[in-house]
Design a protein around this ligand. Structure first.
Ligand SMILES: [Ca+2]
Ligand SMILES: [Ca+2]
Ligand SMILES: [Ca+2]
Length: 204
């Protein structure tokens, strides 16, 4: 178990215990909508991916549901948020863990991955759903374009830049690929058997 004995603060442990108790009481309510949690030793946090897909949304309209806002609500219901990408290492880890290689090619993913970065409140001012400060961005060179209104962000698969670069997306239907899976991040870490890692990418 070397490498998994991560010390947690008491409030985080209590929060996790409460979440796990709730999930045990209401099996399948939220847990069925996300993958098993995976720990990232570098950040000490837990991550999961939604088992369902979510559409883009923006300040201008809602066209298809469920949207990224529903994914964030799901995350909050289990004590998490859509993932906050704090640095390049975390960005790369998310792709390596949750990216679904296109025809086995890890440099070209089948799908975008929603992250928790948005400018739904103030156009052009991106913020994290988690409330964490913005310390890192990885936009593709032509993004964020806010093309016809785009206020939520995905790690691109890629369509507009290199693998791992970000693209703002919106609710518009024409020319907008979607829906997409969303990545969740929860503070704190618990032991996760390495065998779990191999199952994550087979969930979708
Ligand atoms: Ca993070
Ligand atoms: Ca925007
Ligand atoms: Ca865009």
């Amino acid at each position: 178990m070397k490498g998994y004995a991560i010390v947690r603060s008491r409030p985080v442990m209590l929060m996790r215990a409460l979440v796990l108790m709730l999930l045990a009481v209401v099996p399948g309510l939220s847990q069925a909508q996300i993958s098993p949690w995976v720990s990232n030793p570098s950040t000490g946090n837990l991550y999961a991916i939604t088992t369902g897909q979510y559409w883009g949304v923006d300040k201008c309209r809602v066209i298809n549901t469920p949207t990224v806002l529903d994914a964030e609500a799901l995350a909050v219901s289990v004590g998490a948020h859509l993932v906050t990408v704090n640095d390049a290492a975390e960005n790369a880890w998310i792709i390596a863990t949750f990216g679904h290689p296109n025809n086995g090619n890890p440099s070209n993913l089948d799908e975008n991955l929603w992250i928790g970065f948005h400018d739904l409140n103030v156009e052009g001012t991106f913020e994290w759903f988690s409330g964490e400060p913005v310390t890192y961005t990885h936009w593709a060179s032509t993004e964020p374009a806010n093309d016809q209104c785009e206020d939520v962000t995905a790690i691109d698969h890629p369509s507009v830049g290199a693998l791992g670069e970000w693209n703002d997306l919106g609710a518009r239907m024409l020319g907008e690929p979607g829906p997409h899976f969303a990545v969740l991040e929860m503070p704190g870490a618990v032991p996760v058997a390495p065998a779990t890692w191999g199952r994550i990418k087979n969930l979708y």
